[in-house]
Structure formats: structure tokens, C-alpha cells
Design a protein around this ligand. Sequence first.
Ligand code: SAM
Length: 272
Amino acid sequence: MNYRHAFHAGNFADLHKHAILLALLSALQAESEALAVIDTHAGAGAYDLAGEMARRSGEAQAGISRLRRATDAPAVFAPLLAAVATISRSDADLYPGSPLLLGGHLRKSDRYTGCELRADDVALLRRTLATLPTCAVAQADGFETAARQAGKGGRAFVVIDPPFERPDDYDRIVATTREVLRRAPDAALAIWLPIKDLETFDAFLRDMETVTGDLLVAELRLRPLIDPMKMNGCAMVMIGAPAAVDLAAGEAGDWIAARLGEPGGRSCVWRT
Ligand code: SAM
């Protein structure tokens, strides 16, 4: 458990993930009266971009800082940019994580549970969400919590965003998705994945296709996949996503590939 999201907060992958998550949340709210959001890997909830971890990596500088300065950012980024502007102060730029973004966009009928294992991040998360009455924090394994809670108290919307430090993370995503859909066939899920090489990504998609034929995949490559030791891109794999999300995911990926990517970067959105 060495992973700290503070090194990566606000990078290109966060922009892709968070813009798509907010578009998906909004589309699900349009078709469901009450959502029970389970964020299996919540992190700290908000990140100080002036802090040591963010400054050392420089990833936010190449991500959210460039998006904030852009004059051609498409509409899909508007909710994320508004959330960033709301929490940032002039002396310390803050970047919201998935708990604050999702929790901040809930209706009175929706609920959010953020799962996190690290005690230090749990403490930060509790503080970050303290003023949001529809949000709860569980210091618990997110995969187990999603499998247990799906189907209780509203349409399940499960967000899975592991650090991929453990070799079984891919298998646990597949098993959790299977169990969530068994308990709650109308559940929506959003899964974040790094893309280093194509075989790992393809193998995961093949496994997911044994669970459901309803996948929306938003793939983003920042550069050609020449060096499998690098995170060359990322993907959001969604289940139960309304049609409106396809366009939003394409807008986000196309802008990031063109403006933050290297030659050979590209974005692609498809359904299985
Ligand atoms: N979803 C967050 C966001 O977008 O702002 C970022 C989450 S970060 C990629 C992954 C987090 O999962 C880390 O904070 C890590 O400590 C936590 N974690 C790792 N394994 C976990 C597990 N089995 N259950 C819950 N949290 C876990």
C-alpha cells in the first residue's frame, strides 16, 4: 500500500476520468430517481497541488494547470473546472478527487460511500466530506463493500479505481463486477485502467466480456505504446452508461490527446 494519489492528482488521466465520471453521473441522474454511489477506491478526496508530492511529480502542471489555462476546452470539462475553481484558493491550488466531485453533485435522494484502506487518507477524506450530509466514508476494502452493498438503497453506481499495485487487481475488478451485476442487474459501473501495453488491456476486456455484453470503452493514448514500462494512456470502461456519455467521453479524450498528448496520441470511444 505505497500508492499515494497526491503524486498524480490532476494529471491527464484524472482529467479524463473525472470529466467522464461527472458526465456519467449526470446522465444516470436523468434516468434514475435515487443513486447509491460506491467509490471503491476513494483516496483522500482533495489534493494540495502546492504540496510536496504534487510538486515533485509535476503531473498536475502538465494536466489541470494546462486545462485551466486553455481557451478551447470543450463543454465536457465545465463541471470539473467549476469544481476546481470552487475549492482552489489563490495561495494553494486544490484539486478535487472523485469523492468530492461525485459527493458535490448529489441530489438529496442520492447517497455516496467512499471506501479507502489507508488510515491517513481516510482521515483526510472524512475531513473533506464533513460538510456533505449525503456522503459516508468507510475504512474498508472497496471490492468487498461494493459486492456486499450493491442493490441496497437506490440504483447502484460503482466506481472502481484501484492503484494496480497488486497483480490480482484486474481479477478482482472482474469478480466484483460479476457480483455487483448479480445482486443489482441495473447497476452502472465505471472502471479506471492504466494503459501501458495493449495485451494487458485486451485481456481485461476479454474477461469483462464474459461478465456483460454492455461495455462502453473510452480509451486514451497519450503517445504510441512503444514503452510498456510507462503509463502511455488510460481508459474508462463503463457498464450501464446512457448514450449521452459516448459523446462526452469522446470530447474529453479527443481534447486531452490533442492538447496534452505527444505525436501519435489518440482517443477512441466504442461499445461492445
Ligand atoms: N478514486 C480517487 C480519485 O479519483 O480521486 C483516487 C483513488 S487512488 C487511484 C486509489 C486509492 O485506493 C488509494 O488511496 C489506495 O490507498 C486505495 N486502496 C487500495 N486498495 C484498496 C482497497 N482494496 N479498498 C479500498 N481502497 C483501497
